[in-house]
Design a protein around this ligand. Structure first.
Ligand code: FAD
Length: 400
């Protein structure tokens, strides 16, 4: 293998390039990215970078000389098409680059709110450093801030915006897609305690204003004054390149357990990949640093001839208002939960069980529980309810 070409210089594309070098791959590694500057990580964008406590240096995944040292070629530009017959990609500027193996690490784009007024000035989304810069500047003069979407991004933005905001969520609780009701309630109390207003079960029907947003119209007809609106209503995988190249696409680029697409010379990793997830028991697309980093490593292993099925345990974290939530495993479909620790004191864990087996553990301000959960899953991917019950639901005692 001579040239591995990676499209997308984000968390997972960067991870593929570095993992290849870590594994001793001595061919060309070419990383093509359409964002300006060096590869960077996104989590601080809605946390310290937004609050002004983290700068460019904290965002950067590695300094500039790292890429020269590792012989990773960084090419700025957007890949416009993949020519599978010719084994090359073509950039928007018309230049072509050949590959022996291609990795799609194209990430995702923020969903646009499908209502009138969604492109008015003063309406923002948050995915890139450029967007964070604009948002940070806009926050300085904003009076009435409305967050549409009570998921991770919206809540982290609210937590780090430095002023009271109004959070509008269509579901009947915060983080409903990814957290249990116990954790949702804890974070709702935290946000209310910080002075934020939370409106649950309310959709947004329009954003109003002449050129610039001045009001958010809710599904019940009520109006909220707003001069800054942050829309955090999820993402869509960036799959256009794959689709146009004739690869299988369904809620992401479809890959097998080795992260290979329907063309064995092309892999896909990170937010854009829909993979057979062992823990979920179904094809899944995950949006997390863990998934991006671990899939990058697994794809590099395939390319360097050491393929192993991708089975890494999903885990995730979010920081809001001094509280750290860490999640290990996949909670979807769980029918039973057990709370351990001090719920009133805001230091607790929720164990979720699916079909009598531990499926996921959420830990709020309990990092040792999170570590114990990951160790437990490593020792036994399917710990049974009865086993945990016999140990008083003590995760550490169960794997020790
Ligand atoms: P990305 O990081 O999005 O990288 C994809 C890159 O490919 C982008 O730079 C894109 O511009 C580029 N690209 C796409 N198409 C082309 C093309 N045709 N040509 C060239 N380049 C292209 N996860 C956590 O686990 N914990 C957190 O606390 C957390 N916080 C987050 C906060 C924010 C604000 C955001 C946005 C995400 C957060 N995440 C967090 C999620 C995590 O950052 C993502 O899951 C991760 O970045 C995915 O990596 P990726 O490489 O798949 O995609």
């Amino acid at each position: 293998m001579e040239t591995v070409l990676v499209v997308g210089a984000g968390q997972s594309g960067f991870g593929v390039a570095t993992s290849l070098r870590d594994k001793g791959f001595d061919g060309r590694v070419v990383l093509i990215g359409d964002e300006p500057g060096l590869p960077y990580q996104r989590p601080p964008l809605s946390k310290g970078y937004l609050a002004g406590t983290a700068g460019d240096a904290q965002l950067r995944l590695r300094p500039e000389d790292f890429f020269a040292e590792k012989s990773i070629e960084l090419i700025p530009g957007r890949v416009a098409s993949v020519d599978r017959d010719g084994a090359k990609v073509v950039l928007e500027d018309g230049s072509a680059h050949e590959y022996d193996h291609l990795v799609l690490a194209t990430g995702a784009v923020n969903r646009v709110l499908p209502v009138p007024g969604s492109t008015l000035d003063g309406v923002f989304t948050l995915r890139t450093k450029d967007e964070a810069d604009v948002l940070r500047a806009a926050l300085e003069s904003a009076e009435n801030v409305v967050v549409v979407g009570g998921g991770f991004i919206g809540l982290e933005f609210a937590a780090h915006a430095g002023r009271p905001v109004t959070i509008v969520e269509a579901q009947d609780r915060l983080m409903a897609r990814v957290a249990t009701p116990e954790v949702s309630a804890c974070f709702a109390a935290l946000h209310e305690g910080a002075g934020h207003t939370i409106l649950l079960g309310k959709g947004v029907s329009a954003l109003r204003g002449e050129g610039r947003v001045t009001e958010v119209e809710l599904s019940d007809g009520s109006l909220l004054p707003a001069d800054l609106v942050l829309v955090g209503v999820g993402v869509e995988p960036r799959t256009l390149l794959a689709e146009e190249a004739g690869l299988a696409v369904a809620n992401g680029v479809v890959v097998d357990e080795h992260l290979r697409t329907s063309d064995p010379k092309i892999s896909a990793v990170g937010d854009c990949a829909n993979f057979p997830c062992v823990q979920a028991g179904t094809a899944t697309r995950l949006e997390s640093v863990q998934n991006a980093v671990d899939q990058a490593r697994a794809a590099a292993a395939v390319i360097t001839g050491e393929p192993a099925p991708y089975e890494s345990l999903p885990w995730f974290w979010t920081d809001q208002l001094g509280a750290k939530l860490q999640i290990a495993g996949i909670l979807t479909g769980a029918e039973k939960t057990v709370v351990t620790g001090d719920r009133e004191g805001g230091k607790f864990s929720v164990l979720s069980f699916r079909d009598g087996v531990l499926a996921g553990v959420e830990s709020v301000n309990r990092p040792p529980d999170h570590i114990a959960a990951r160790r437990l899953f490593a020792a036994d991917p399917a710990p049974r309810f009865e086993t945990l019950e016999a140990n008083g639901f003590d995760l550490k005692a169960t794997f020790a």
